[in-house]
Design a protein around this ligand. Structure first.
Ligand code: SME
Length: 152
């Protein structure tokens, strides 16, 4: 059973332009989850992570694969649900107010092609149910990427 948010995101992914679709997906996440200070995308491009569509304050534009929560998400091809970013070695504080973070890889043909990244100014903000919801969103984004022949 898809959650309402997953259904809304699936509807946004009917849009055939990648930036237009993902801009709306970031807005959908940012306005649906409470207590966030940032929600958006990083694209895997030229062997690093590059800022994509997002909602929130301006953020780091380039993140090496070696750094931060986003870099570890890329290296491990795994979700990072960090309850307290101040205890995460190498966390990149784009916004000093951030306290917890959920970073989810979007995987196509076994490769991470982008990440969904979400920040909160509160510790322990993200639940296991939300992690699953964002994993389902990442799978829908991966199918839209292939279906619409998107390119990064
Ligand atoms: N905190 C991330 C950087 C991206 S911002 O949160 C938008 C990290 O440690 O990789």
């Amino acid at each position: 059973m898809k959650t309402i948010l997953n259904k809304q995101i699936a509807a946004m992914l009917e849009e055939t332009d990648m930036i237009a679709a993902l801009a709306n997906v970031s807005a959908c996440i940012f306005t649906s989850y409470e207590n966030l200070n940032w929600a958006g995308f990083y694209f895997v491009k030229n062997d690093e992570l590059i800022l994509g569509p997002f909602q929130g304050k301006p953020a780091c534009t380039h993140i090496p694969f070696t750094n931060g929560v986003c870099g570890k998400c890329y290296r491990d091809k795994a979700v990072m649900r960090i309850d307290d970013v101040e205890t995460f070695p190498g966390h990149i504080a784009c916004d000093a107010a951030s306290r917890s973070e959920l970073c989810v890889p979007v995987i196509v043909n076994g490769e991470v092609i982008m990440e969904i990244d979400i920040d909160s100014p509160f510790r322990n903000r993200f639940t296991e149910a939300e992690e699953k919801e964002m994993l389902a969103a990442a799978e829908d984004i991966a199918s839209a990427f292939s279906r619409h022949s998107w390119k990064i």
